[in-house]
Ligand binder design. Sequence first.
Ligand code: BTN
Length: 333
Amino acid sequence: MTRILAQSLALQRQLIMQLSDGKTYSGELLADQTGISRAAIARHITQLKSYGVDIYSIKGKGYRLSSPLQLLDASKIRRYQACGMAEILLQHVTDSTNSQLMRWLQDGQQLVKGAALVAEAQTAGRGRRGNSWFSPFGANLYFSVYWQLDQGIQAAMGLSLVIGIAVAEVLEQQFGLPVRLKWPNDVYLANKKLAGILIELAGQSHAQCDLIIGLGLNLNMPPNADNQITQAWTDLQQHLSAPIDRNQLIALLQTKIVTHLKTFELTGFKTFCAGFNQRDQFMGQTVCLSSGDKRFLGQCLGVDSQGGLLLEHDGSVQSYFGGELSLRGTSHG
Ligand code: BTN
């Protein structure tokens, strides 16, 4: 990152911290506090709006957020972290937390297993199959965890399901919500997508492989989200009455994900099979599984002990694996 970019991100962070209480601040006051001109303040506000921050400019009065914002705070996250957990780094804005972790690894930066990166906004958030991931500022969680598998990539089978279980368990334990999982990488609530998982291979050497596990969890989407997301979605806040503590949630997710990854390394997927099946969004339903040009219509029977999708069609049960398979219920999303 260039020095100028770093300076302007730091300045924008300062502005957003000031505005985060939801009160109105004049351009003059903000300029005085930051030591830059009012015109420069206006430029930074425009930039913040482009990251998805909902800021009103009120003529003659100044700037105000549409609603107060709880910012991510590295020291608060640290206080919530379980003992012995690797560091969670905080980035104001990045292109993609997965891409950023990938670059750090490629630049030779040493990361410990479980080290994580979280950002307030992503300018080029990525989903599976080349889709983009809507990542407005301060609204949701955009989170990537580094992990290394000593047994190589073949041992990663079922990993995205394990991460889904970790997310479901945290949300169930914290908020008592009936979370469901859609094979292979989606978290559902009330029949709509709440979170997505993107696992990427960062490198392989000898038997080991480096993985980046990305999680996008919708918490409090802005009103324009419907224009940006093509599938049925939900966010956590609409199912809760109390505000969500994002700093705490990140720490809880890291702990649960790391705990499950350690178990997964020892036992493989079989320990998690029942945990997935009891939360399977499509269990017992007729589904259409598509892989490239092929389509299979059948009854979903959950997953097997390796994390393969069990589908009954044409009188037999078959297990399916693979990154490009997508699953659609025939009744809803
Ligand atoms: C999907 O459902 O398609 C997967 C979405 C994964 C989104 C997360 S947000 C944090 C991390 N960084 C990215 O660019 N993508 C993942």
